[in-house]
Design a protein around this ligand. Structure first.
Ligand SMILES: [Zn+2]
Length: 71
C-alpha cells in the first residue's frame, strides 16, 4: 500500500467537511490510518475512518474515488 494518506486526509477534510450527522458537532479525529471493508467474494474497499470527537460516530471514506478527483 503506497497511498499518500496525508493528501487523502486533506481531500476528505476539504471536500467532505460537514458536522456529525448524529450529534451536529464538527470535530473529527482519525483519518490517519487505512482500513479495509471486506465482503465475501468481493475486492476489499480501502477506506479512511474518521471518529466524531463528541459522540464517537464513525464515518468511512473510500480511498479510490478520492484518488481520482481532479483539482
Ligand atoms: Zn457526533
Amino acid at each position: 500500500m503506497s497511498i499518500a494518506v496525508d493528501a487523502i486526509k486533506a481531500a476528505v477534510n476539504v471536500k467532505a467537511h460537514a458536522p456529525c450527522p448524529m450529534c451536529g458537532q464538527d470535530g473529527w479525529a482519525g483519518g490517519d490510518r487505512l482500513t479495509e471493508v471486506n465482503a465475501p467474494d468481493e475486492p476489499a474497499i480501502r477506506a479512511l475512518p474518521f471518529v466524531c470527537t463528541n459522540c464517537g460516530f464513525v464515518r468511512l471514506h473510500a480511498v479510490q474515488p478520492l484518488e481520482t478527483i481532479d483539482d
